[in-house]
Design a protein around this ligand. Structure first.
Ligand code: C2E
Ligand code: MG
Ligand code: MG
Ligand code: MG
Length: 288
């Protein structure tokens, strides 16, 4: 047996494991509390036309405003919420909040009626038997029209739930709801799936967009070209995510990518900032 500081790798592993388990356990407890105490808020990141920068819609992104910790990334707490089942009440809250906000914008600003709010959908939420009913009830409750709503699904969700996707997507689209495929190109993409599933928009992952800079990575350029070509051939729209420089925007414009999202335009905004942005678009139009 090891003595003093001479821990065997087994024991060391155990100490590390215990710390991680403890951390996860604490995060889990505070996640539960966060839901009860409504510590979540949504931010809204503009999606705009690549050429004119005209506002097309927003992506809703959840934030956890923990009372005594720094902002915790959704990349950390969403997977944790999935493990604990808290993802269902959290997703339902996100969905209702996003739809409610969009409905409010539509009621206040005529131009908002042509915008779409994009909501990220967690796999567990999608898999739950009440998914479709919840969506319909929330639209009815918030008085949001389906045409103002877009759902962002990932490739892995698509592939793990092919039957369910094939039966649900047409039912959603019948109500005017559109479907985006998020982080496209990073998952297990099969062209066969693209053909079979009625997807409206491909979102090109930031990792490819990153390669579109002054010394452009030719492989990334080729991949983006190919994605845009596939999208056009199948009648889908394309959005590039994580656009940070005007050089990238110009490259994407040349490649005929119609919409962009990223820090170049705006980071995710608070609802107040997003409201101001819609307002500023209004005055742009009335000044013309
Ligand atoms: P995502 O859906 O691909 O969202 C895009 C992420 O990229 C967001 O990170 C956004 O803040 C960030 N981003 C946007 N533009 C730029 C840019 O120009 N540069 C850089 N470096 N980053 C940019 P965020 O908000 O931290 O979200 C991370 C991921 O967490 C999301 O990736 C999504 O998978 C998940 N997520 C976020 N909100 C929700 C939600 O409400 N529900 C679910 N199920 N998942 C969510
Ligand atoms: Mg997304
Ligand atoms: Mg994305
Ligand atoms: Mg992404």
């Amino acid at each position: 047996r090891a003595k003093g500081n001479n821990l065997t790798s087994y024991e060391l592993f155990n100490v590390e494991m215990r710390q991680t388990v403890q951390e996860i356990f604490e995060l889990e407890t505070s996640l539960r509390q966060a839901l009860e105490e409504q510590q979540f808020i949504l931010h809204y990141q503009p999606i705009v036309s690549t050429n004119s920068l005209q506002l097309l819609g927003f992506e809703a992104l959840v934030r956890w405003v923990h009372p005594d910790k720094d902002l915790i990334s959704p990349r950390k707490f969403i997977p944790l919420a999935e493990e604990t089942g808290l993802i269902i009440p959290l997703s339902e809250w996100i969905f209702e909040e996003a739809c409610g906000q969009m409905a409010q914008w539509c009621a206040h600003f005529p131009i908002a009626n042509s915008l779409k709010i994009s909501v990220n959908i967690a796999a567990y939420h999608f898999q739950s038997p009440q998914f479709l009913a919840t969506i319909e009830q929330t639209l009815a409750k918030t008085k949001l029209l389906g045409k103002n709503l877009k759902l962002e699904l990932t490739e892995s969700l698509l592939i793990k739930n092919t039957d369910r996707v094939l039966s649900l997507l047409p039912q959603l689209q019948k109500q005017g709801i559109e479907i985006s495929l998020d982080d496209f190109g990073t998952g297990y993409s099969s062209l066969n799936y693209l053909k079979r599933f009625p997807i409206n928009t491909l979102k090109i992952d930031k990792s490819f967009v990153d390669g579109l800079d002054y010394d452009s990575n030719q492989a990334d350029v080729s991949i983006i070209k190919a994605i845009i070509y596939i999208a056009q051939s199948l009648g889908m729209n394309v959005v590039a995510e994580g656009v940070e420089t005007d050089f990238q925007r110009k490259q994407l414009q040349k490649l005929q990518c119609e919409a962009i999202q990223g820090y170049l335009i705006f980071p995710p905004l608070t609802s107040q900032e997003a409201t101001n942005f819609i307002n500023s678009q209004l005055s742009v139009i009335s000044n013309q």
